[in-house]
Unconditional design. Sequence first.
Length: 98
Amino acid sequence: MKKDGLSISAGKCVTSECKNGQRIIAKYYSLSDGSLNFVKVTLPDRKGHTLPNGVSASGARYTDDLKLIWWIKGETAFAETRTESGECKSRIPTAMRF
């Protein structure tokens, strides 16, 4: 896809499985100039979220800074959702499968 001279490159599509058997699907993308990396995460409830890459001391962190944070470190990933007051509501740990 091209817009204003930029293109979007699709990376890996990773399925992560929760301990309860539910799955989270993450599709990774980047802009051709390297200015933005982002992920489209589909949670077990089938709601999709597009999250830009955020700052992380270790691993990778993608967040909209409002409702969802998608963390990756090694072969482990987890999702955190937030309440309206900004508190972490739940943590969904997963094991990544490539």
